[in-house]
Design a protein around this ligand. Sequence first.
Ligand code: GLC
Length: 450
Amino acid sequence: MEGDKHEIAIELFRDFHLDAEKLQLIVNQFMEEMKKGLDHEGATVAMIPSYVTGRPTGKEVGKYLALDLGGTNLRVIEFELLGNSEFKVQQEKYVVSDALKTGDMSELCDFIAECVGEFISKHSTDSEERRQLGFTFSFPVNQTAVDRGTLMHWTKGFSCANAVGQDVVVALQDAFHRKDIPVQVAALVNDTVGTLMANAYKNPKTSMGIILGTGTNAAYYEKYENITKWKHDELFEDMVINMEWGAFDFEHAVLPYTAYDNKLDRESINPHYQPFEKMISGMYLGEIVRNVIVSLIDRELLLSRTSSTVLNKQWTFDTAYVSAILDDTTDNLQKTGNLLEKILEVPIETSLSDRQCIQFICQLISRRAARLSACAIAAVLNSTNQIKNNPVVSIDGSVFEHLPHFEDQMREALADLFDDDVAKSVTFELARDGSGFGAAIIAMMAHKKQ
Ligand code: GLC
């Protein structure tokens, strides 16, 4: 990058880079917020008890359905647990339209019930048999039993009416009744809890489940005595907590907000909510990149002051493009050029220095996301005294899986916070689409308990 571009690079680096000292401040604040969430209702990081207490052994057997709502697609899955840490699986994906995401909750539930009905007729020999289902519902739910919970608020582009404050399982179970589909919702599960349990079925040492995908969040096992807000009679050694960490820093106390982040937030459908998620997850990273590019065009510093209708429009810069640009190793960044000119329809021939600048923007924003994710992971592993104990963490989601070097950058941040040995000792196991499987396991555990 030459001339002006060098100045821009320095400015952007200053905006998006987080040094070791800043990381430590974020970790400290995060640990404080975890304590508050475990202590009382209504805290910023909600720390929701999931009612999941045991661990799977891998020896379980039986057929269970799972339903996964809250990522990119709706998935209906049937698992047959074979009892040797293995299973067979059949699944179908369905697209949830924007109209359903923002319409009435009963319409969304009818649609889900129809998809399950269709799945059963397609894959089952006995369509009369009553099935047990684990429902992965990846939104903040105030859980009141393993199969009960009310929606606290929507995240990630959903905003159905008549859902907040309602029991999600009742709403879905009613739809199954309306459509006469013989399914019993046996467990309501956050995707992070599912991801944790799915990996625990294979590797019982797993103590944390993380989603770095459309949204971001984590679940982990917390000791009974630390969950000071637990007021029920039930005793247990430890319980999985759904943290809802995407809400961290609602107070704007510690995260490094740039004007690009604030613009994204202001124009989102949930302004002020989920500030941490908005810096990390796949729903938002592309939009931050787009905000930076458009602002540099406005300042006459990029793409010869030329934009396009596509690039000017909110949400058009998919986070998959960020992955593609980061992956571009061609000499003159030809793939990046094609993306800008063909897909984003920028009507000029882009220069190499423009392409380099855009690749640099993607690097900064994706690296910041990795370092912030590492802060949250460090806070959990530190407060549970696992950091020096070779922790096993189960992770799923497109950001972790597809953004180049994301895992390495998380480890670099862990090394900045602790040291190289600690950074190397954390095992990240990719549990691809694990949340549905975890939900089926929890449904099985809940059904057996009955
Ligand atoms: C959002 C949801 C949370 C979910 C996460 C990942 O943060 O609020 O429940 O776990 O996305 O899908």
